[in-house]
Design a protein. Structure first.
Length: 228
């Protein structure tokens, strides 16, 4: 999993980065809420860990801005306060979970492992983007008309929609679309499925652009009004 950590306490930030690296997570670490917003706009994350009390922009303001873009990444808030109101404000702002400082690294790692299991078994059944609808259960893409997708195409489009507007490397797509038992899958497989998916998006007159050269990075964006 790729994790964003936003924590202004340098010592705690270094401890978190070291612990998550040891657990084989990919980590980006920043020290204020504004940097968290900028990273979230540019990169695909599986989890964001945001401290509430940070300079430049606090964690709650950063989270509200991130959610306003449509980003649905799982967010864990860190707070030094134990009052109920602080937790409620975080959840109301769009947080999925919270940890009260001081917290156990073992507990944080256990929560991340639990999330990995949930992500492996959970899909958004229906996603909407621009003028397209993806039904992951039925593996059907709908716009002006409907077309069936392969399981790989469906999972690929799902990940692209959830990270629309972000540059996604071929490795990002491999890690999130192909199962662990697909050991022979490589960037060529990604390119083949991207090519098939582009054809099917055209077939249903989808008002989206799936851009990127062979080898990536790839990006899904909505077409501006008037652009065909």
């Amino acid at each position: 999993m790729r994790v964003l950590i936003a924590e202004d306490n340098q010592q705690l930030r270094h401890v978190l980065v070291a612990a998550l690296h040891t657990a084989n997570y990919t980590i980006d670490a920043v020290e204020n809420g504004q940097e968290a917003v900028e990273h979230a706009k540019q990169n695909p994350y599986d989890v964001m860990i945001l401290d509430i009390m940070m300079p430049v922009k606090d964690g709650l303001a950063a989270l509200k801005e991130i959610r306003a873009t449509g980003d649905r990444t799982y967010v864990i808030m860190l707070t030094a306060l134990s009052e109920v109101d602080d937790k409620v404000n975080g959840l109301d702002a769009g947080a999925d979970d919270y940890l009260t400082k001081p917290f156990s690294l073992k507990e944080l790692l256990a929560r991340l492992r639990s999330l990995e299991r949930r992500f492996d078994n959970m899909d958004d059944d229906v996603l909407h983007f621009s003028n397209i609808t993806l039904d992951s259960n039925e593996q059907v893409l709908t716009s002006d008309n409907s077309i069936s997708l392969s399981s790989k195409e469906s999972r690929l489009l799902q990940y692209l929609i959830l990270n629309a507007g972000k540059d996604l490397s071929a490795d990002d797509l491999l890690n999130h679309t192909w199962d662990d038992d697909d050991e022979q899958a490589d960037t060529e497989d990604v390119w083949i499925n991207i090519s098939y998916l582009r054809q099917k998006l055209l077939a249903v007159n989808a008002r989206v652009n799936l851009s990127g050269p062979k080898g990536g990075p790839y990006q899904l964006t909505a077409q501006e009004a008037g652009n065909d």
